[in-house]
Design a protein. Structure first.
Ligand SMILES: [Zn+2]
Length: 361
């Protein structure tokens, strides 16, 4: 028995799948799995354990067709979508073919874009997932940050550049490459922030490649064996051509600013937004931690702790430790940027998500 499809006419992105007969329950099960992989919430189930498992988030929506052997399965992409789901529930309730049929019935409402979303996520994004990133290779990353990350068993990414001003050769301000090699040995990610902290919109393609290559080879010289997959844009300046180069070079993730949580289904993997810690902006940072839910990941950009080279982006040491303690005690999962490839198929994300350069800063 086939699946009938009605277009509800509410939006072209919503299709309604109605499956009849028990045979179709296999399809329902695969939809469940599909929704799970897509990190979606199955909203309503009037029967069946397999559906109930996933109904935790949006249980307030009332069961719509309450007959036995009849299951209605709503899939909502996010809280925003739950309004749509509610409308669709109301529609289904009053929809004559659903009310009158006596055959076992499964109704699934599915967002049209799910196909690509399922391919973007390898597994659902857990709540409380945080990525810590540290920019500019300042000395306090080695002396203060790394020991504290170890103390609280947290991961992190260090974006390395060799500043011209104040100069990278001043070892009272910046880490040496030996120290950067030691961070790698401790298990942290060493990643690319260009050779001279040159903004990507100020470089030719050739210069950009040269600057990326320089950091890669310096890292290899201090035994960073893993291929670099993460990049951070100096000054958060972006350019469409940079995306092409990063792809050619095999990078998987690139971080911008923007002060928003990262939604892997919406944000291009070369334009991953982040929140910046700066001075005493702890209210903003704790608020950001709270946003690590419903499929969103919170990425922090942190400069020196403290930052003697660039004091306007300093983070006080005691406040930084307070953040780490909070994350540790509240059971957040804190990882490096490259670890996101356990959750995200970047190749598919690169192919399906349109880059939006307007919100990089
Ligand atoms: Zn920087």
């Amino acid at each position: 028995m086939g699946i009938e499809v009605w277009c509800l006419g509410m939006t072209k992105h919503i299709n309604q799948f109605v499956a009849q007969s028990r045979k179709e329950s296999a399809k329902a099960r695969s939809l469940c799995t599909f929704a799970k992989i897509s990190n979606l919430r199955l909203v309503i189930s009037t029967q069946g354990e397999i559906l109930k498992r996933y109904t935790s988030k949006l249980t307030k929506i009332p069961p719509t067709v309450g007959m036995t052997k009849r299951t209605i399965l709503f899939i909502a992409q996010s809280r925003k979508e739950s309004a749509k789901a509610r409308l669709l529930c109301a529609f289904a309730k009053n929809f004559a073919p659903l009310r009158e049929t006596n055959s076992p019935l499964i109704l699934a409402l599915l967002l049209f874009s799910l196909q690509s979303q399922a391919q973007i996520l390898k597994k659902p994004i857990p709540d409380k997932l945080i990525v810590l990133t540290f920019d500019d290779a300042v000395l306090s990353h080695y002396t203060n940050v790394a020991p504290l990350l170890k103390k609280y068993k947290l991961g992190g990414t260090f974006f390395i550049a060799e500043f011209l001003k104040p100069t990278f050769s001043d070892k009272s301000l910046y880490m040496s490459w030996d120290q950067i090699g030691k961070l790698n040995k401790m298990g942290f990610e060493i990643a690319n922030h260009t050779q001279k902290h040159t903004h990507v919109n100020k470089m030719s393609k050739e210069q950009f490649i040269e600057e990326l290559n320089y950091i890669e080879s310096q890292a290899r010289a201090v035994k960073v064996k893993k291929t670099m997959v993460s990049f951070a844009y100096p000054g958060y300046d972006t350019h469409p051509s940079a995306i092409i180069t990063l792809k050619e070079k095999g990078y998987q993730f690139a971080r911008v600013g923007g002060g928003k949580a990262y939604d892997p289904l919406k944000n291009h993997p070369y334009l991953i937004p982040s929140f910046s810690t700066s001075g005493n902006n702890s209210k903003q940072i704790y608020d950001a931690f709270g946003q690590a839910q419903d499929g969103k990941i919170v990425v922090l950009t942190i400069h020196g702790v403290p930052d003697a080279a660039h004091p306007w982006v300093t983070t006080p040491l005691n406040l930084f430790e307070e953040y780490l303690k909070f994350l540790y005690e509240n059971h957040y999962k804190v990882i490096a940027l490259r670890d996101l490839n356990k959750y995200i198929n970047t190749q598919n994300a690169l192919e399906t998500i349109q880059p939006d350069f307007s919100k990089a800063k």
